[in-house]
Design a protein around this ligand. Structure first.
Ligand code: EPU
Length: 304
């Protein structure tokens, strides 16, 4: 979608927004899939409510793109503009405060884990190889190797869609479940305070190493993916079920079930969103036929 309103375009610099017309979102997603639209990068969080109000007044639909690592975006010219928080740079995006860290939603999750380790704050080791931003991790309650971010969250600064304003929410007032939180779909994570256990640096790094090795051994880290495509069904493993049906290597166009981990679907070349959706539908229907189990996507699909 192209922003045509001169009033809105003129207001963007005052709101600290960087305007990137006609951006290919394929370049901003780990899957390398996604059509074209105008991208607005928000530098100053306090102006976010004003920007969103102007978009709404102009009848311009928007979607909020975080790190782009857990999203499958439609092909072609998109019917909405994309918003992203501009990173403040590694020196400014996290601050230690006692046994807590205040971290920007735009900060890289892996870098945050190692930054905390250097300040003797552990507890996040399992998240080391989870690709994406802190904001995405908060919103989805990212987890791996027995660690979830939710239990460490003490405060979140968030744009609340329902109130059309930024506010600070206590961690205790947010429900964090398996790959799901009580945030509304229009809420935008801005900053969070995580309280973490104090541990010697060497101990944290040893934990990080173990998780890195496990991940390298079982996941296709050097290929374009959005991590696991499906959530695990209660008590089960989507990867094991898909693998058990012999579906590794199954392709629709350039979308392919990874031959390393069957719940990772890879863009093996120039896959489109349509290829990926066809592969998702095929795998889901084969798992349904064999196990009577309806797999639910973990990846967020923006195809409409
Ligand atoms: N398995 C197979 N074949 C495969 C893949 C897995 O048989 O192709 C088996 C494994 O041998 C193991 C079981 O399935 O016995 C579970 O596999 P794994 O340990 O790889 O964990 P997972 O349940 O597939 C989850 C998360 C991952 C996270 C890992 C490690 C979900 C959907 N996935 O995977 O998160 O990295 O545990 O903690 O919860 C993601 O969220 O995007 C993601 C990749």
């Amino acid at each position: 979608m192209r922003i045509e309103s001169p009033r809105l375009l003129a207001a963007l610099p005052e709101l600290g927004v960087e305007y990137r017309p006609g951006t290919s979102l394929a370049e901003l997603t780990s899957l390398g899939i996604g059509g074209t639209t105008d991208l607005l990068r928000v530098g100053q969080y306090q102006h976010l409510p004003a920007l969103l109000r102007m978009l709404q007044e102009g009848g311009i639909e928007h979607r909020f793109l975080g790190g782009g690592t857990n999203v499958l975006i439609g092909d072609g010219e998109l019917g909405w503009v994309a918003l992203q928080l501009a990173p403040r740079g590694s020196a400014a995006d996290a601050q230690i405060e006692g046994a807590s860290v205040w971290v920007d939603a735009s900060a890289d999750l892996g870098r945050t884990v190692t930054y905390c380790a250097r300040h003797n704050l552990g507890g996040l080791e399992g998240l080391i190889g989870v690709p994406g931003s802190v904001g995405g991790a908060l919103r989805m309650n990212a987890g791996a190797y027995g660690t979830e971010i939710g239990p460490h969250v003490r405060e979140v600064e968030v744009y609340r869609a329902a109130r059309k304003a930024n506010e600070t929410v206590r961690g205790a007032d947010i429900s964090f479940e398996y790959r799901h939180t009580s945030f509304a779909s229009g809420d935008i994570m801005l900053r969070a305070r995580l309280e973490l256990p104090e541990r010697p640096y060497e101990e944290i790094v040893a934990g990080i190493r173990v998780c890195n090795e496990k991940r390298r051994a079982s996941q296709p880290l050097n290929q374009k993916s959005a991590g696991c495509i499906f959530k695990n069904p209660p008590g089960g493993s989507a990867g094991r079920m898909i693998d058990g049906l012999g579906l590794k290597g199954l392709r629709r166009g350039d979308a392919m079930v990874s031959d390393r981990h069957a719940n990772f679907f890879i863009n093996a070349g120039h896959a489109t969103c349509a290829d990926m959706l066809a592969l998702i539908a095929e795998v889901r229907s084969r798992v349904r036929a064999a196990h009577g189990c309806e797999l639910e996507e973990e990846v967020i699909v923006w195809n409409a």
